[in-house]
Design a protein around this ligand. Sequence first.
Ligand code: ATP
Ligand code: MG
Length: 445
Amino acid sequence: MRLSRYYLPTLKETPKEAEIASHRLMLRAGMMRQAAAGIYAWLPLGLRVLRKVEAIVRDEQDRAGCQEMLMPTIQPAELWQRSGRYDAYGPEMLRISDRHERELLYGPTNEDMLTDIFANTVRSYRDLPKLLYHIQWKFRDEVRPRFGVMRGREFLMKDCYSFDLDFEGAKRSYDRMFVCYLRTFARMGLKAIPMEAETGPIGGNLSHEFIILADTGETEVFCDRGVLDFDVLGSDIDYGDDDGIAATIGSFTSLYARTEDKHEAAAFESEVPADRRYQGRGIEVGQVFYFGKKYSEPMGAEVAGPDGQPIAVEMGSYGIGVSRLVGAIIEASHDEDGIIWPDPVAPFDVQLINLRAGDDDCDAACDGIYARLREAGLDVLYDDRDERPGVKFADADLVGLPWRLVIGPRGLKAGKVELKRRDKSIEDEVPLDQAVARLIETAGG
Ligand code: ATP
Ligand code: MG
């Protein structure tokens, strides 16, 4: 994409409403604009990242055996009245009525709707287990929307629901989603730590929140530093191997890791040696939850068991904050000049900077490289604008693409270009062809 044509409204000034880095940087880098409190329009650069995050989430859901569907954003109130939580949900729910004065709502989550669909379509225990998910916009009228997409009112969520015949089956589904989440976040370059979370009135110990450590996070967390060292992508997961999955979870949950709601000072001190105690803040990017028959019983989601007797199904739900992740990734990866995108979610792979647009040699060299990189399948943002180098470097730092290739008249005479990583791990002057080859090899995969 040529920057001279791209819609990228960057800001020089720091918007004053933005309290945290990710919010500031998403506005400054032209990723999104606020439409109303907690409601955002995603501009081309932001949408690219949102789609990449979504694609990784989808890929890992599919790999774990979940099937994608799509439920509507608008739901009839009647479903929530039947499950018994229409009144309990409170003012976070946006309640609407249509022209016939039928009560509707903008869905904050989908347990009720999918339980109803399931109840009307699945008859036999032979049809279990099932894992169904969708990636859809939700609305929650948060008391205090803030921090940009981190706590929005309209936000994109992946929510998956499991249906099993008995507790053992439900636990297997839960474990499967647990490891799926470990892989999902690791693939985005994030260290997300599973922490025991409050299960509310249902009880039991089957809920974990996946937390990214960040000072600006809204959740207080307590853990053994050992959990920070787990290597998630090191072992490939075989979803056919229930015992292997259970063992992975066993090691991830063996050390103390809890959010504030579940934290007990006495247990923390007795289980974790003083030099390994970590207390800090974090961002919840996902949650897995087992809730048994909470919805299946009131909504009649039953199957005929082996002897024909009706059995209410065991359920769980599993959410990931897709739009929140875009902010969370930036919180975890930026510096004072801008964003530092991890390669797998970067909006483009390479920023190609022409230091003297309009100069025949520079234009020819840049145009040629631009074509070659694109042919090799790389996404390139080509700064061909007639701007000062300082402006181009500042914008490149702000937008934060993993690789940067700088071509100027002086270097070209010596046959050299500058190749840099945004995280500063590489800053080299190399021959032009070598730079291209290196990019194709490393960034192209
Ligand atoms: P929180 O405690 O942050 O309010 P929650 O526990 O109510 O979140 P869940 O119902 O578990 O949220 O939703 C699944 C995921 O959706 C969360 O883990 C989070 O990543 C994301 N999410 C929830 N609320 C918001 C929001 N207001 N804005 C953006 N993402 C959100
Ligand atoms: Mg949650």
